[in-house]
Design a binder for this molecule. Structure first.
Ligand code: PEP
Length: 250
């Protein structure tokens, strides 16, 4: 009932030419229509070129961040309209690297989510606890707090366009994937929390897992009832491994 989504977060990797080549290899490697939704999130500089490469294919284009104003004196920022203009249909918001290194807070996540919802962009909202939070048993409190702040003021109808990404910080780029059971526990918790806030519509929200997803651990993760796809970092930078994840056998 929920279409799986596999999204690749290229982070600060790939020049325009490299991005074009990777997007082409993924498009060609996919062949026909994949059984899941596929999204590429290159850096801003490669959005247009990657968008042109995947035009007419089932692959979607996402940015890695968005500002909440439409235009103005905000040096270094990019508005929702600019992202729509280059063909984006989605945007990552609140990635842990933005929270950790660039002062992103639940408040700014919320502003970005609301701005995306005012546009046509689908927000992919990232939440997740640090290792210290997990070891002190506060992981659910932290994620509940991120959900409350990041989704503040939204309606059940807004949920239709949102994808949530659970990305435990201790699993990102570390090679230490959450076990399918650990990930499922948190995905179930996220869905129950959303149901408490928004009601039955929570059953329709896609919640994807991120944190060292590789071709050989994808199927076990995807077998969990509340895991609806993956947000992939390192393994999306090469067509072979990203295609291996897309072609997982659930
Ligand atoms: C990410 O940064 O969103 C991510 C999940 O990275 P990796 O797959 O490299 O852990």
């Amino acid at each position: 009932m929920r279409t799986r989504v596999i999204a690749g977060n290229w982070k600060m990797h790939k020049t325009v030419a490299e991005g074009r080549a990777l997007a082409r290899a993924i498009r060609e490697g996919l062949g026909g229509a994949p059984s899941c939704e596929v999204i590429l999130a290159p850096p801003f500089t490669a959005l247009e070129a990657v968008g042109a490469e995947i035009a007419g294919s089932p692959i979607g284009l996402a940015a890695q961040n968005v500002h909440w104003e439409e235009a103005g004196a905000f040096t270094g920022e990019i508005s929702p309209r600019m992202l729509e203009d280059v063909g984006c249909s989605a945007v990552l918001i609140g990635h842990s690297e933005r929270r950790q290194y660039f002062g992103e807070t639940d408040r700014t996540v919320n502003l970005r989510v609301r701005a995306a919802l005012r546009s046509t962009l689908a927000p992919i909202v990232c939440v997740g606890e640090s290792l210290a939070d997990r070891e002190s048993g506060r992981h659910e409190d932290i994620v509940a707090q991120q959900l409350a702040g990041g989704l503040d003021g939204l309606t059940a109808g807004d949920l239709e366009r949102i994808i949530l990404a659970y990305e435990p910080v201790w699993a990102i780029g570390t090679g230490r994937t959450a076990s399918p059971e650990t990930a499922q526990e948190m995905h179930g918790f996220i869905r129950r929390t959303l149901a408490g806030k928004f009601g039955a519509d929570a059953g329709r929200v896609r919640i994807v897992y991120g944190g060292s997803v590789k071709p050989d651990n994808t199927a076990a993760l995807m077998r969990q009832p509340d895991i609806d796809g993956a947000l992939v970092g390192g393994a999306c930078l090469e067509a072979k491994s990203f295609l291996g994840i897309i072609r997982h056998e659930p």
